[in-house]
Design a protein around this ligand. Structure first.
Ligand code: HEC
Length: 391
């Protein structure tokens, strides 16, 4: 009963996170595109202090926009802060509910680092906050956005490397995403929104706009624009065990993120200058190609001496899989076998032989979070036994 409610909370929270995230990313992408696409007005304009105008067609209508700095507060001024705030809050709740509450199952992999839940959760919280403090200070000390992004690229590589050596593969990827996602959310919350409020106060007081507020808000908004694709990749990465369980998972992640940033930059140059910066596409192909190529490079499995008999294979399955994949699981997280998938008998193992080999030896995401501490030798033995069965 409780487990069912817990599952529902996780399902609805994920959905809410996605809803808010789509709304946020949608408006953020739209306004960044808009900002880069407006052109100085050629003809008459409606307002004063116009930076640019833009005509669009979408969904059966034509639209005309002017980007301007007002002298008085408009009567109806729409704001866009809640999607970002909701995404950040629901993201934090998901991280807490899945990776902190379920630390032993999802956060810790004893074969990576044998740490307790308290230490693991401490590292999780401290590292995410540290990233925000680092990035936020960096923005104050370094004026040039390109330098900020270059430093963050190095920071992300180091963080991904570090996470890979303390957390499970899946948790490591999510944490790189959570780290950057937190920077994005706090950019909105602590910088962009306060700058907007400051400008609205000036308008309400009848003062001239201090455009430095606008510049600062825009700067953080542009950073967010470049963080978006890397973060969204990390957020869906729990489906990609092939990547996150690789022995160079951090580098695969970094290459994919670099590819994402390059796509973003290619499009931004195109919007702003009507120019196709083709070398960036070469970078995208090289980054993605590098990630795919790297995934084929794997350390050789430990050699298995002699044929493996059924008793040995089933002893491994009993110890490493059956705590979850059983009619009556003994693992505290599961009341029923996950996905109804049971491995109590040799027949059950052989019925799903291909999947079992795939998930223990290729993507290596079973046992889940390596909760039962399966060794490389046992993985190899199980594979040898399964492959021997068909003969
Ligand atoms: C800590 C619990 C846990 C342990 C231990 C565990 N699994 Fe899983 N397993 C899961 C969960 C949860 C799922 C469903 C989610 C998924 O597919 O990733 C799953 C799904 C699977 C699937 C996919 C089933 C399907 O029908 O698609 C296979 C195959 C699998 N596990 C194999 C294994 C093998 C082999 C072992 C032992 C070497 C093992 N698992 C150990 C939790 C566990």
């Amino acid at each position: 009963m409780m487990a069912v409610f817990q599952d529902w909370i996780a399902i609805l929270l994920r959905w809410l996170h996605l809803m808010a995230g789509i709304a946020w990313v949608g408006t953020s992408f739209y306004f960044n595109w808009f900002d880069l696409s407006v052109r100085p007005p050629k003809g008459e304009v409606l307002k004063e202090n116009i930076r640019g105008t833009l005509d669009e067609i979408h969904g059966g209508s034509f639209y005309y926009h002017e980007q301007y700095w007002p002298k008085t507060h408009p009567e109806r001024l729409l704001v866009h802060a809640w999607p970002a705030k909701t995404t950040l809050i629901t993201g934090a709740l998901l991280l807490a509910g899945i990776y902190w509450y379920g630390a032993r199952t999802y956060l810790i992999d004893p074969s990576v680092a044998d740490i307790g839940p308290t230490a693991a959760i401490g590292i999780s919280v401290a590292s995410i906050l540290a990233c925000w403090f680092f990035y936020n200070e960096l923005c104050f000390f370094v004026e040039d956005n390109r330098k900020v992004m270059a430093v963050m690229a190095v920071f992300v590589a180091l963080a991904a490397y570090g996470y890979q050596h303390v957390f499970s593969g899946r948790a490591a990827y999510i944490h790189v995403g959570a780290m950057l996602g937190t920077c994005m959310g706090l950019n909105v919350w602590t910088s962009i929104v306060p700058h907007h409020i400051a400008m609205r106060k000036q308008l309400n007081a009848g003062e001239a706009l201090d455009l430095r507020h606008g510049d600062q808000a825009k700067r953080r908004s542009q950073h967010n624009n470049y963080f978006t694709l890397p973060v969204t990749f990390a957020m869906i990465s729990n489906h990609f065990a092939l990547a996150y369980n690789h022995h160079r998972a951090w580098l695969i992640l970094w290459l994919l993120m670099a590819g994402g940033v390059s796509i973003r930059h290619y499009l931004n140059v195109l919007y702003k200058e009507d120019r196709k910066e083709r070398p960036l596409l070469v970078v995208v192909v090289a980054a993605f190609g590098g990630a795919v190529g790297l995934s084929f490079v794997r350390p050789a499995p430990p050699p298995v001496v002699g044929p493996v008999d059924t008793a040995t294979a089933m002893a491994i399955v009993q110890k490493r899989c059956v705590p979850c994949h059983s009619q009556k699981p003994t693992h505290p997280t599961f009341v029923a076998p996950p996905g109804g998938f049971m491995l109590d008998t040799p027949e059950q193992v052989m019925a799903k032989a291909e999947k079992v080999v795939q998930r223990t030896n290729v993507s290596r995401d079973m046992p889940l979070g390596n909760a039962t501490a399966m060794t490389d030798e046992e993985r190899a033995q199980l594979k040898v036994w399964i492959e021997g069965q068909g003969k």
